[in-house]
Design a protein around this ligand. Structure first.
Ligand SMILES: Cc1cc2nc3c(=O)[nH]c(=O)nc-3n(C[C@H](O)[C@H](O)[C@H](O)COP(=O)(O)OP(=O)(O)OC[C@H]3O[C@@H](n4cnc5c(N)ncnc54)[C@H](O)[C@@H]3O)c2cc1C
Length: 606
């Protein structure tokens, strides 16, 4: 049982649904045509305090390609409306920060890449409101398709082995109130888009390319070009987010190098329809890796109803790449399935290169890199987009604090200090997964360097699909975290095993508590601000109120133990759900000055 103590804040409601009306926003079909803004220019302009330059941008925006319309001037410009750019806009909207998103393409993705929205990202989406997570869950693969990875020679041929995959099916509600969603990017990007524009705090300008972003000390001038008319315009904002993908022009213009390994492998991503039920229905899987002397790749179900992706490995030769016509892809699919007469309908084809790269810096002045602009990793594990969205989650509340004038000098720098190591680690571990898959292929050809059989090589690939430690176990070690001196947990395997701890720098663990007779996750204690999860000892509540922190009094001894606060301690949780400080003992031993210092440090004042 948890009881809510009065905090003096009126904006936090225990019901986490934020005010996003998805149905009211325009449809995707409208978006890709020259649709007018869903709000009239008059409404957009009313009460606006934007500069003439911003007015000009918005007037242009409202004429063409624009969805949404803000009720206030944009404070942040986001370059790129991929999943990470859209998530960034949603996160900023959560903190009441208005943003404008520029996307050079006429709409959201048509060719799917990412499928896995992992559990931690669903926890992030939970804070965007129940409507978003519900709509994402509606896109999830049907029951049974996410439980295992299957390794075979061909779909119809010898099976090498299987690995169960709680990473894709969910680790259970003892670890999280959410479960992952397996869908496809072309289907879930529109959900993010509609939620963003439905918030009334986001404008998205499609068909508009960012040409440059120039830091002019107290603001950034962003020059854009309408790709259909060639007309140029600009907007001036306090901060810019580069979410412009792997080939980020913003990153390049800032001269930020990428470090790591480029072009690890070359692949063709084919979106197609075919009836693969005879080879998959009795052993549903999230992936079917196939490897033989003549082919190597993977089949990935998108809807459990005949729509698939496959990734075809090739040698990187551009002539070979360009030879992958629909006919050649069909021939490859038939060979890899082992059915020469299979009906295949190729929908789209897109080549991609596997990189293991991380930008040397995630921030230059007022410009921040997120998503593939900041890091690129092999898709083995499904961490690229997820890492990007979770970085957006780390950054948004910090930007909001900076815009509100309450952030100390360390806060914005902590974004790079906290997220770059996570990105580097996820990139390396994703690469390890790709090597374990490669080892199965080698074993299948009788060429494994240690002489493993395919079955033995599959057994060694057990981390791919089992990554609770990698997903929940990252720890931030930055200037805005107050250490409590407790030792780091030591999981048996840092990739597979997660040890829930409320130690400073860790994700505050999920536990079910009851609020007004309803079950509630401890993750829901944070919404727009900091929370203090504490024992019932009265001084904590008073201390929290003093620092504009929402107190939650925990009665359940199991939860108190899980949080390491016994009968008298407290944990300070940041708006992104990470622990900023912990006092295992009563405030009799922790002074008001200690609490004040930790809260100040968490806001970036050292
Ligand atoms: C086969 C495959 C499978 C994958 N599976 C997964 C998975 O299951 N889970 C996962 O987490 N990740 C996965 N990934 C990785 C994931 O697709 C990427 O990490 C993700 O798309 C990155 O999102 P983003 O928004 O940063 O960049 P992008 O999706 O690349 O979006 C960037 C956007 O910026 C726009 N843009 C670029 N320049 C400009 C400009 N100058 N002006 C305006 N707009 C601009 C682009 O048009 C683009 O729309 C997979 C990748 C591949 C190749």
């Amino acid at each position: 049982m948890v009881s809510l103590a009065p905090s003096g804040r009126s904006d936090i409601d225990i019901d986490i649904d934020i005010d996003i009306d998805i149905e009211r926003s325009v449809s995707c079909e409208e978006r890709s045509s020259a649709a007018p803004s869903s709000r009239s220019p008059a409404t957009t302009r009313a009460g606006s305090s934007r500069t003439p330059a911003e007015e000009s941008t918005m007037a242009q925006a409202s004429r063409q390609h624009t969805t949404g319309g803000m009720t206030g001037p944009p404070r942040v410009a986001i370059c790129g409306a991929g999943p990470v750019g859209l998530a960034m806009a949603l996160e900023l909207a959560r903190f009441d920060v208005h943003s404008i998103v520029f996307e050079r393409h006429p709409g959201t993705a048509v060719h799917p890449k990412a499928r896995n929205i992992n559990t931690r990202t669903m926890e992030v989406a939970r804070q965007w409101g129940g409507g978003v997570t519900r709509r994402l869950r509606e896109l999830d693969l049907p029951e049974g398709w996410t439980d295992q990875i299957v390794y075979t020679r061909t779909l119809a041929g010898e099976e090498y082995g299987r690995v169960t995959t709680p990473g894709f099916s969910g680790s259970g509600d003892h670890l999280s109130p959410e479960r992952p969603v397996l869908s496809s990017q072309d289907r879930f990007e529109p959900v993010l888009l509609r939620a963003a524009i439905g918030s009334g705090k986001v404008t998205v300008r499609f068909g508009t390319e960012v040409i440059r972003a120039r830091d002019e000390h107290d603001h950034v001038r962003v020059d854009v070009r309408d790709r259909s008319t060639g007309e140029e315009d600009h907007v001036s904002v306090p901060y810019v987010i580069a979410a412009d993908g792997a080939a980020s022009g913003t990153r390049e213009r800032l001269g930020i190098p990428l470090v790591g390994r480029a072009a690890g492998s070359h692949n063709i991503n084919v979106h197609f329809r075919a009836d693969l039920a005879p080879w998959t229905d009795q052993r549903r899987g999230v992936m079917y890796w196939v490897a033989d002397a003549g082919h190597r790749g993977v089949f990935q179900p998108l809807d459990g109803a005949g729509t698939w992706l496959c990734q075809i490995s090739y040698d990187g030769n551009p002539v070979v790449r360009d030879s992958f016509s629909a006919e050649r892809c069909t021939a490859w699919i038939r060979q890899a399935v082992g059915e020469p007469e299979l009906d295949v309908d190729v929908l789209s084809i897109s080549p991609w290169v596997m990189n293991v790269l991380v930008a040397e810096r995630f921030r230059v002045g007022r410009v921040f890199l997120v998503g593939d602009a900041a890091h690129q990793m092999p898709p083995t594990g499904g961490f690229g987009m997820n890492t990007g969205i979770q970085s957006a989650h780390n950054l948004a509340w910090k930007l909001a604090a900076a815009l509100d004038g309450v952030a100390g000098p360390e806060l914005l720098d902590s974004f790079e200090h906290e997220r770059r190591p996570v990105a580097a680690s996820n990139a390396q571990r994703s690469f390890d997964n790709s090597r374990s898959v490669w080892a199965v292929a080698q074993a299948g050809r009788g060429e494994h360097p240690d002489g493993l059989t395919p079955r033995e090589a599959v057994a060694r690939a057990h981390r791919y699909g089992n990554f609770a430690g990698m997903e929940f176990g990252h720890v931030y070690d930055s200037a805005v975290i107050t250490s409590d001196g407790s030792p780091l947990p030591t999981p048996a395997d840092p990739v597979e095993d997660y040890v829930p701890v409320a130690r400073p720098g860790h994700r505050a663990p999920h536990a079910w508590i009851t609020q007004r007779g309803r079950p509630m996750s401890t993750l829901d204690t944070v919404r727009h601000g900091f929370a203090l999860v504490c024992s019932g000892v009265r001084p904590w509540v008073a201390l929290a109120a003093e620092h504009d922190v929402r107190p939650y009094v925990i009665d359940d001894p199991t939860v108190r133990t899980a949080y390491g606060i016994g009968d008298t301690g407290a944990v300070l949780i940041r708006p992104d759900g990470y622990v900023a400080a912990r006092w295992p003992h009563d405030p009799g031993r922790t002074t008001a000055a200690d609490v004040r210092a930790a809260v100040q440090r968490a806001r970036g004042w050292s």
